[in-house]
Each structure stands twice: as C-alpha cells, then as structure tokens.
Design a protein around this ligand. Structure first.
Ligand code: FAQ
Length: 324
C-alpha cells in the first residue's frame, strides 16, 4: 500500500519502500529474484557480468575444441568432447539467467560478435600442444572454480543457482585436466617437457582471469556491497595461487615466477604481478587470438541462421496444430 512521504509524493514513498526492501533483502543474505524490484545499476551490473560470463563459456570452447579431432586416443577424445559440450551448456544456462533480467539473448550475441561486450581474457591465447588441454583443465578450470564457488552465494537467485551446477561440472573438468597431466608426467621426458612448457605459457594468463588488481577494479566495491561478488579480485587470485602450489609440486612442475615463495608471516604465498599491460591489450581486443575467436563465433552464428529459422517455423507449426 502506498503511504505518502512528508512531501506528500506517493510515488517517492513507493520508490523508497522498494529500495528499503531491496536493501533489507541484501543485508539479510536473502536472494533477489527476477520478479523483485531492483535498482537499475544492480540489473545493469548483473547483465554485464552474466553476459560476459556466458560469452566466456561459449568462446571458451574454441581453444580445446581445436584438439578434439587430434586427441591421442578414443578415451581422451570422448572426455574432451564431453567437456567442451559442458561449456556450451554453461553458456546456455547463463544466457537464460541474463534473460530473467530482461536481456535479449540475440542482442547479447550481437554485442559479442560486434566486439561490444567482453569475454574472459584467457581464451585469447592459443592452445599449441595436447598438454594445453590438461593445463586448461587444471589451471583455467581451477581458476574458474575458485572464482565461481563464491558466486553460488551471489545475491541474484538465478545466477547463484546456475553456478551450483556449473561448479560441479567445472570440478570434473579440473580433475580430468590434472589426471591427463599426471599421465603425461609419468610418460617420456618429451611429454614432461611439453607439460612444463604449457604451464609456463598459461600461468600468468590464468592469474589475469581474476581481473585487474583491486585498486584498479572499478566494479568490485559496488558489486561487493550488492553481494554479487563475495570476494575481491586480489583475494581470489591469492586463494588460487595458494591452492595451486601444492598441486604443482605433486605433479612435478614449477611456475614461471621466481618471486613465488611461502610467506609464513602472512600465511600465504608471495608472488609477482602479472603483466597488466598485456592484460589491458588482451581485453582491448589485441591478444593473440581475439580476431580469430570472434570471427569463428560470428561464422557459427551466421551458418546457424537456418537452424534458428527452422526451430521457429517448427514451434509455430506446433502452436497452430495445437490451436486447430
Ligand atoms: N577478462 O571492475 P572489474 C571459464 C573486465 S569462465 C576480460 O574487476 P568485475 C569456464 C571487467 O569485465 C571465465 N575482461 O570487473 C571455462 C570490467 O569490464 P567492463 C569467465 C575482464 O566484473 C573454463 C573491467 O575489466 N568467468 O573460465 C577480466 O567486477 C575452461 C574491470 O574489471 C567469469 O566471467 C578478464 N579476465 O570483475 C570455459 C566469472 N577481468 O565491462 C571453457 C564471472 C576483468 O566494466 C574452458 N565474472 N575484466 O568494461 C566475475 O567474477 C567478474 O566479472 C570478474 C571481473 C572477476 C571477471
């Protein structure tokens, strides 16, 4: 029911009650659902983050997809096929979550293929050897899990719920990568060298996945207040480094960072800064594979036009038949 404010404006009273309800929901760790009122900035931030996340899953199929036809055994091929297919599923989940906020999926795709919306920097690096498949599973999915487990508690219901399933599947991906690397490390010297070389190339880009340092992250503070993000970029990067070091030791590889040492006082590993100028270049569209990744996505979209048209025609016919 509308109660007028002291100024007597019933609309202003409604707006402040809605804002109060939103603030209370966030403060008490309850979920905001699509039917609830939310501030425009909250909606905009979520659409941006969820769309970028969805685009990352879809573009993220390319580096590993590159190896499906060249996997060294039927077992590795079927595992890789299943993993890449999972990433497509994650993208579709996430586009659906964005749609609950009023975004249009076709519009989001247009923004991706026209270069207006971002996707994760990590997928703009080439996958040069089969060891990259293992390292992507271990480090890239490992970083994705580290970043996404807290997102299961994100304040927006559809996003948090989607993340639960996504994280379960990413955990499987991470283990398959680690198991593949473990097999290679038990193989020949050439295989071990191939793993180390892949680790050297992917380590720094994996650290960049967490985003810019906190003092250069324009969105973190507000996203933390809204409980969209639960930790800052630097906190999650540190968590990832700390969990990766013992895994690297068990595997028998090293990370290409002489500054990476245990700091007993902090109870964490110290490590060097990634090259942030490289990160800025990659997210600005100038990484090794940006042009190729977006061109492939655009071609797939255009070649799929007849499938979308057929699906719409089929749905229309079914509707007409149901009505007749
Ligand atoms: N790459 O203020 P912040 C995966 C942008 S899924 C590109 O810190 P925010 C699964 C950022 O968007 C990987 N752009 O931003 C898989 C913002 O841009 P804008 C994707 C980046 O949002 C595995 C600007 O810089 N995961 O790997 C990056 O608070 C294997 C300023 O940054 C997600 O999307 C970056 N790395 O924090 C698939 C998780 N970092 O629009 C296949 C959800 C930052 O203001 C194979 N997203 N930017 O110009 C998030 O958690 C957050 O959006 C962050 C960035 C942490 C990525």
């Amino acid at each position: 029911m509308t109660t007028a404010t002291p100024s007597g404006d019933p609309l202003a009273a409604d707006a402040s009650a809605l804002q109060q309800h939103f603030d209370d929901t966030i403060a008490s760790d309850q979920r905001i659902e699509p039917r609830d009122w939310m501030p425009d900035g909250y909606r905009k931030t979520l659409i941006r983050q969820i769309a970028q996340h969805a685009h990352s899953e879809i573009i993220g199929m390319q580096p590993e997809g590159n190896w499906i036809t060249r996997a060294p055994s039927l077992r590795r091929k079927s595992i890789l096929l299943a993993k890449v297919q999972d990433e497509a599923g994650h993208g579709l989940y996430l586009y659906s979550a964005a749609e609950t906020l009023g975004a249009d999926r076709a519009d989001l795709t247009d923004q991706l293929i026209s270069g207006k919306q971002k996707y994760s920097s990590i997928f703009n690096y080439p996958s040069l050897t089969f060891a990259d498949v293992g390292v992507i599973g271990w480090l890239v999915d490992g970083a994705a899990i580290c970043n996404q487990v807290p997102l299961c508690r994100s304040s927006f219901g559809p996003y948090g719920r989607a993340m639960i399933r996504v994280c379960k599947e990413e955990s499987f991906h991470q283990r398959q990568g680690y198991e593949l690397l473990m097999s290679m490390m038990r193989g020949t010297q050439a295989q071990r060298d191939m793993v180390q070389e892949a680790v050297d190339r992917w380590w720094w880009p994996a650290l960049m996945m967490f985003g810019p340092p906190d003092d250069r992250s324009p969105n973190t503070e507000q996203s933390m207040q809204w409980k969209i993000k639960r930790h800052t970029n630097d906190e999650l990067r540190q968590r990832f480094v700390d969990m990766s070091v013992p895994q690297a030791k068990a595997l028998g590889v090293t990370f290409p960072d002489p500054a990476l040492v245990w700091n007993a006082e902090r109870g964490h590993h110290d490590f060097d800064e990634p090259d942030w100028s490289e990160f800025m270049a990659v997210i600005g569209g100038n990484g090794a594979c940006n042009v190729e990744r977006v061109a492939n996505r655009r071609a797939a979209h255009e070649e799929g036009e007849w499938v979308r048209a057929a699906a719409v025609a089929f749905a229309n016919r079914q509707r007409e038949e149901a009505q007749s």
